[in-house]
Design a protein around this ligand. Structure first.
Ligand code: TPP
Ligand code: MG
Length: 548
C-alpha cells in the first residue's frame, strides 16, 4: 500500500481494480456509475506498464456479468461487471448465481441510490445486499469515498481465496461522485491452502491399493492451475482420467490415460473413484457409486460434500495435493489390464461416434454438425455451449484438446450465457477462434448482444442447432404426459437474418453437405456470424432425466 491516489470515487475504484490486473469492465450505461466510466475513459498505460481500463458495453446486464465470468474462468483472475443501481443489478443476478456455483472470481460493482436521502424514494432505490448476499462470498456498501480502494481489496481477497467465488460492492451516488484520496492496494497474494498431509497420504494409499481406480477431474483443476499436477499424478499412479466442465482438455485426447466415452463402464467397474475439483452433484450421481470407495479432493473445506461420506476428502491447494499424489512412493497395484479394458470400450464408442459424425441425414442430425466443427476448429479454439440437447451433443462429440478452451454454464445450468461468454472469450483471446454452440431456444436470451459484438468489432461464430423446439423440455414432457405445452418455437426461424440485421452476417444450412463451406465462411468472415443449422426436431438426446 504505497501509491497515493486522488480523484472522484471512480478514479479511486479504477486505480484499485487495475492493481489486481483487471483490464476491462463490462457494463450497460447508467448515470449512477458515470464516474467509473470517466476514470476508465481517461486511463492510460500506467507507470507499472498496466494497460488502460477498457470499457465493453452490452445490451442486457446478464451479458455483462457472463462476460466478466468468462474472463475470470479463462484468465483465472477477477472479472469485472459494472451495473447501474436497481434494475441493472437485479438483471445481473443470474450471472452472479452462475459464478457462485462455478466458483468464479467475479466482482460486480453496482451503482446505488444516494445514501443521504435513503428511504425518500429516489430513482432505482433498492437495497441490493439482501438480494445478492446468498450468492456472493462478500457483499457490502461503501459509504466513504476514501474507503473505496480498501473495500475493493477486501472484496477481491475474498473472491480469490479458496474456494473462489463472486463478490459485490455498491457505491451510493454521492460516494462515487465525491472526491477523495487513498492509497492503491497492491493485490495481496493469496497463500495456497495447505492440505492435511495424513489425508493426502490416505488418499494416495487408497489409489495405490486399488485394482480399478478412476479419476474424474472438474473445473477447479483448471481454476487452481493444477492441470499439469493432475497429469503427473495420473501418470505416476497409472489411473484413467475422465473430465468435466473446465477440466476438459486437461489431458490431450490422445493421452493413454485420457478417457471420455467409457465413463459408465468405468464408474460401474471401479473400486476406487477419485473426484477432483468438482462437486458430487447431479452430474456425478450425487456421489453414489455403489460399493466403490470414494476419494473427494476439494480446494477448500467448504467444498466437502455433506450428503455423502467419502472414504477421505483432502482439502487444499489442488496443485499441492495432486503433486503429493504424483510423488507417492511405494508399491501400487498394476492397472494395465483395467486400462486396456476401458480403452477397448472407449475405442468402440469412438468408432460409433465417428460414424454418426460422418452420417449423411436429412434433416441434419447434431452429430454431423459436430463432425464438421471438429474439422473447422483450431486446437486452441474456445467453444461455448448455451442450450439444451444441442449442447449435450457438443459435450459428447467435441473433445477439447487443451485445458481452458471449453465454457459451459456449469451446474446452475442457466440458459443465456452465450453472447456474454463469447464476449469475454473474445476479449481474452483476440487471436483465437471463439465459437458458440447454441440451441434456438437459448438464442432468445442473448442474441441481441450480437449488436454489442458487431459494434465493438468482436467477431465470433455462432452455430445454432435450430430444431424449432425447447428440445430438452419437449421430449421429456412428452415422455411424462403423452403431450407437451410451452415447448414449441417458430420452426426454421431465420436467426441468421437477426444477426445480419444487428451488424453481423450469417446463413441458413439445411443440407449436411453445405455445413463445411458455411463454417469456413463463418470463421473467415471477421464479423459475428451465425450459421443457422436446421436440425431434426425428432432427435432427442438420450438421457434418463434432467430433473432428478
Ligand atoms: C434461464 C433458463 N430457463 C429455462 C431453463 C430450462 N431449460 C433447460 S434446457 C431448455 C431447452 C433449451 O432449448 P434449446 O436451447 O432450443 O436447445 P435444444 O434442447 O432444443 O437443443 C430449457 C428451457 C434453463 N435451464 N435456464
Ligand atoms: Mg431447440
Amino acid at each position: 500500500m504505497t501509491e497515493r491516489i486522488e480523484g472522484h470515487g471512480g478514479d479511486l475504484a479504477v486505480a484499485a481494480l487495475r492493481a489486481y490486473g483487471i483490464t476491462e469492465m463490462f457494463t450497460l450505461s447508467g448515470g449512477h456509475v458515470f464516474p467509473l466510466y470517466d476514470a476508465a475513459h481517461r486511463s492510460q498505460v500506467d507507470a507499472a506498464g498496466r494497460p488502460p481500463m477498457r470499457i465493453v458495453d452490452v445490451r442486457h446486464e446478464q451479458s455483462a456479468v457472463f462476460a466478466a465470468e468468462a474472463v475470470a474462468k479463462l484468465r483465472r483472475r477477477p472479472g469485472l461487471a459494472v451495473l447501474t443501481a436497481g434494475p441493472g443489478v437485479t438483471n445481473g443476478i443470474s450471472g452472479l448465481t452462475s459464478a457462485h456455483f462455478n466458483g468464479s472470481p467475479v466482482l460486480v460493482i453496482g451503482g446505488r441510490a444516494p445514501a443521504f436521502r435513503w428511504g425518500s424514494g429516489s430513482l432505482q432505490e433498492i437495497d441490493h445486499l439482501p438480494l445478492v448476499t446468498p450468492v456472493t462470498k462478500h457483499a457490502a456498501t461503501v459509504f466513504d469515498t476514501d474507503e473505496i480502494p480498501g473495500a475493493i481489496e477486501t472484496a477481491l481477497t475474498a473472491a480469490l481465496s479458496p474456494h473462489r467465488g463472486p463478490v459485490f460492492l455498491d457505491l451510493p451516488l454521492e460516494v462515487v461522485f465525491s472526491v477523495g484520496e487513498s492509497v492503491a492496494p497492491t493485490a495481496t497474494k493469496i497463500a495456497p491452502l495447505e492440505p492435511d498431509s495424513d489425508e493426502v497420504a490416505k488418499a494416495g494409499r487408497l489409489i495405490a491399493g486399488a485394482q480399478r481406480p478412476v479419476i474424474i477431474a472438474g473445473s477447479d483443476v483448471y481454476a487452481g492451475d493444477a492441470t499439469a499436477a493432475l497429469r503427473e499424478a495420473a501418470e505416476a499412479l497409472q489411473v484413467p482420467v475422465f473430465t468435466n466442465g473446465m477440466g476438459r482438455g486437461s489431458l490431450p485426447p490422445e493421452h493413454p490415460l485420457a478417457f471420455a466415452k467409457a465413463r459408465r463402464t468405468a464408474l460401474n467397474g471401479a473400486d476406487v473413484i477419485v473426484v477432483v475439483g468438482t462437486p458430487l452433484d447431479f452430474r456425478l450421481s450425487f456421489g453414489d457409486f455403489g460399493d466403490a470407495q470414494l476419494v473427494h479432493i476439494v480446494d477448500a473445506p467448504t467444498q466437502r460434500a455433506t450428503h455423502v461420506q467419502p472414504a477421505v476428502s483432502p482439502a487444499g491447494d489442488l496443485r499441492l495435493i495432486l503433486s503429493a499424489l504424483a510423488d507417492q512412493q511405494g508399491d501400487r497395484e498394476d492397472h494395465a489390464s483395467w486400462i486396456a479394458d476401458l480403452r477397448s470400450v472407449e475405442n468402440a464408442a469412438k468408432k460409433r461416434d465417428a460414424d454418426e459424425m460422418a452420417a449423411e441425414s436429412d434433416p441434419i442430425r447434431p452429430a454431423r454438425v459436430y463432425g464438421e466443427l471438429r474439422r473447422a476448429l483450431d486446437p486452441d479454439a474456445v467453444t461455448i455451449g448455451d442450450g439444451g440437447d444441442f449442447v449435450s451433443y457438443a459435450g459428447r462429440y467435441l473433445e477439447p484438446s487443451q485445458p481452458g478452451t471449453w465454457l459451459d454454464p456449469g451446474p446452475y445450468g442457466c440458459l443465456g450465457t452465450g453472447m456474454g461468454y463469447a464476449m469475454g472469450a473474445r476479449v481474452t483471446h483476440p487471436d483465437r477462434q471463439v465459437c458458440v454452440l447454441m440451441g434456438d431456444g437459448a438464442a432468445g436470451f442473448s442474441l441481441m448482444d450480437v449488436e454489442s459484438l458487431a459494434r465493438q468489432k468482436l467477431p465470433v461464430v455462432i452455430v445454432v442447432g435450430n430444431n424449432g423446439i425447447w428440445g430438452l423440455e419437449k421430449h421429456p414432457m412428452n415422455a411424462m404426459y403423452g403431450y407437451d405445452v410451452a415447448a414449441d418455437l417458430q420452426p426454421e426461424l431465420r436467426y441468421d437474418d437477426v444477426v445480419t440485421a444487428l451488424g453481423g452476417a450469417g446463413e441458413t444450412v439445411a443440407k449436411a453437405g453445405d455445413l463445411r463451406p458455411a463454417l469456413k465462411r463463418a470463421f473467415d468472415s471477421g464479423v459475428p456470424y451465425l450459421v443457422n443449422v436446421l436440425t431434426d426436431p425428432a432427435d432427442a438426446y438420450p438421457r434418463s432425466s434432467n430433473l432428478a
